[in-house]
Design a protein around this ligand. Structure first.
Ligand code: NAD
Length: 282
């Protein structure tokens, strides 16, 4: 068997088209564009690229972006002051603080100052809590994208055995909750799990988000499973996922490529979060 590739770029393109229509209709109704404020502190090379990609994505769909590039020497209180200003700015629907922050800043403290209604990344404790309670909320973008990727296969989540490898606050935990909310039976594996192949071999849906190149090989995957590879690891000049693509794709029914799977969907779902945030205020 050879897995079908889940084309994250194509799906992201379709979602961006929907977002563009909603953003344009919003502009006509309200006389202003939806807006995202992006704050970057310091000069981290990768963060610069991520911020540029997010701003470009906003431009593509007619969402206004406000870019704040602050020196690494910015104090925590100066950053918090800016966040408060943006919380009160009606032209800003979403606020995103690019992580990581410089070491002298307390990430949790800084993020906690973002308005829960403008939390574009869905990282706030209140939004994470709402996800757990099944309440409407702005949710983390990568797991939202993963759910869309799984849905695009047409395979049911309801009743599926789903296994998640990784338990981070931004991927592993929220995707496990979202799968649960969609009625899957969910098992979480992590660095302290002994013999996780025992679990992965029974997974109809396998989400791998460990950040370890080659962690999952074909012999650990159930025939026909949907495999979502979230990992982004350096492989020389290239980027690869956590799955050994060659062996896993011989066994799985569907698989996301790296790059071109989860990554593009993360940005598309960020745009969807801005729409969600803006429409709440309409
Ligand atoms: P993290 O480092 O915060 O968490 C990794 C998790 O994997 C931890 O819970 C750890 O327990 C688990 N883990 C680590 N080694 C393991 C092992 N050998 N066996 C089983 N479990 C193990 O990482 P994260 O932020 O969740 O990201 C995970 C990966 O996904 C990274 O490669 C990251 O770059 C990638 N990522 C991609 C996107 C995207 O948009 N494409 C977004 C977020 C994260």
């Amino acid at each position: 068997m050879s897995a079908r590739i889940i084309d994250g770029k194509q799906l992201a393109h379709e979602i961006k088209s929907q977002v563009r229509s909603e953003a344009e209709a919003y502009l006509i109704r309200n006389g202003r564009r939806m807006g995202l404020a992006v704050i970057l502190v310091g000069d981290d090379f990768a963060s610069n690229i991520y911020v540029r990609n997010k701003i470009n994505a906003c431009n593509e769909v007619n969402i206004r972006s406000f870019s704040f590039r602050l020196p690494a020497s910015t104090s925590e209180s100066e950053l918090i002051e800016l966040i408060h200003r943006l919380n009160n700015d009606e032209s800003v629907d979403g606020i995103l603080v690019q992580l990581p922050l410089p070491p002298h800043m307390r990430q949790n403290v800084v993020l906690s100052h973002i308005s829960v209604y403008k939390d574009a990344d869905g990282f706030l404790a209140e939004n994470a809590g709402n996800l757990m309670l099944g309440n409407p909320s702005l949710n983390a973008c990568t797991p939202c994208g993963i759910i869309e990727l799984i849905r695009s296969t047409g395979r049911p989540i309801d009743g599926a055995n789903a296994v998640v490898i990784g338990r981070s606050n931004i991927v592993g935990k929220p995707i496990a909750l979202m799968l649960l909310e969609n009625h899957a039976t969910v098992t979480m594996c992590h660095s302290h799990t002994t013999d996780y192949a025992d679990f992965t071999r029974r997974a109809d849906i396998l989400v791998v988000a460990a950040g370890v190149k080659g962690l999952v090989t074909g012999d650990m995957v159930k025939e026909g499973a949907v495999v979502i590879d979230v990992g982004m690891n350096r492989d020389g000049k290239n980027i690869c996922g956590d799955c050994d693509f060659d062996s896993v794709s011989k066994v799985a029914g569907y698989i996301t490529p790296v790059p071109g799977g989860v990554g593009p969907m993360t940005i598309a779902m960020l745009l969807k979060n801005i729409v969600k945030a803006a429409l709440r205020l309409e």
